[in-house]
Design a protein. Structure first.
Ligand code: ATP
Length: 318
């Protein structure tokens, strides 16, 4: 049997701006996405039956066809029926380390790893842009997760422009164990509260998106200026998520007081990250997080920014 093991890293949003409504019902976004080295491990193994199966010990991760990793395999099997017939089914094992429903794109990254791994297992020879196109059918964050690193993401988040690597920085991630924010709820609530300020009309959308490309965050990354990156962290979704979950603000303020470069909620939350210029600074900030009132409810991780997305760890090609 042939097998591949892959690393499936999480992402944070250094910048998330909601521009307006799209005709397809999604939001038009301008984001800066960044991979971090907090990662799941995905093992793919060819099996003799023509089935797709998912195994994951984490109680919140489904093992059925609702798992994004399963959906990625089903998509490839449907697109390449000859390869599916030739190589047979696949068993997907997910070793979960990325917190669930945390705004860290754990499920999207797992789907990206399955696309990359099945391309190799079934010898499809797909290009990165072909993989990204398949990924965009599964979820807006999946295309970014394939190559990872630092990138501007526009459209639904699937149109990517790579940025220079800033992988010498660290983050402290704080996630309340019992505080899961549903991404769909966050965007729907934002639309309900702020939809009247959306940019309308195709031309306006283009003009605004162009302005974001030269935004101060992008400039700060291009100039590798950690202090400016920390000052320019931005996330529109904080406007709806923080009022509903004040603990997120408490955590953000705790991180800021501890002396990091900047702190922000990632994606739709509930993870808050503190950007740090050294591992020592990250350890200090993590300690401040531990001193919070209910530390038992709070998971804290230190991660490093990374310039890579899905990577093969090992393969067995008997
Ligand atoms: P995003 O940042 O892309 O919005 P997220 O990090 O907030 O994603 P996920 O961890 O991907 O959220 O999980 C969201 C939901 O998706 C979970 O509640 C879980 O039931 C479901 N799910 C499906 N497949 C997976 C997977 N492979 N890993 C984790 N969750 C998954």
């Amino acid at each position: 049997m042939r097998s591949y093991s892959l690393t499936s890293p999480a992402k944070i949003n250094l910048y998330l701006e909601i521009i307006g409504d799209r005709p397809d019902g999604y939001h038009e976004l301008a984001m800066v996405l960044q991979s971090i080295d907090l990662a799941d491990r995905i093992d793919l193994r060819s099996i003799s039956t023509d089935t797709i199966s998912v195994r994951c010990a984490h109680p919140q991760v489904p093992s059925d066809c609702t798992n994004l990793a399963y959906q990625a395999a089903a998509l490839i099997a449907a697109e390449f029926p000859d390869a599916f017939a030739q190589f047979g089914g696949v068993e997907i094992t997910i070793d979960k380390h990325i917190p669930i429903a945390a705004g860290l794109a754990g499920g999207s990254s797992n789907a990206a790893a399955v696309l990359v791994g099945l391309d190799l297992l079934w010898q499809l020879g797909l290009t990165q842009s072909e993989l990204e196109e398949l990924g965009s059918q599964l979820g807006s964050d999946v295309p970014f997760c394939i190559a990872g690193g630092s990138a501007i993401a526009t459209g639904r988040g699937e149109k990517l422009s790579p940025l220079p690597s800033i992988d010498n920085l660290y983050v402290v991630l704080g996630k309340y164990r019992n505080l899961d924010v549903a991404t769909a709820w966050a965007y729907q609530t934002y639309r309900a509260q702020y939809g009247n300020s959306y940019v309308a009309g195709k031309q306006d959308l283009k003009a605004r998106a162009a302005a974001v490309h030269s935004s101060s965050m992008v400039q700060a990354i291009i100039h590798e200026d950690p202090i400016a990156i920390g000052q320019r962290l931005h996330n529109d979704l904080e406007r709806v998520v923080i009022p509903a979950y004040p603990q997120i603000l408490l955590l953000k303020e705790t991180f800021q007081t501890a002396g990091c470069l900047g702190a922000m909620m990632s994606g739709s939350g509930s993870t808050v990250f503190a950007l740090c210029d050294s591992e020592q600074q990250a350890q200090k900030v993590q300690q401040q997080g531990r001193n919070l009132a209910q530390p038992k409810d709070l998971d804290l991780f230190i991660a490093r920014l990374t310039s890579t997305g899905i990577q093969v760890l090992s393969s067995d090609k008997d």
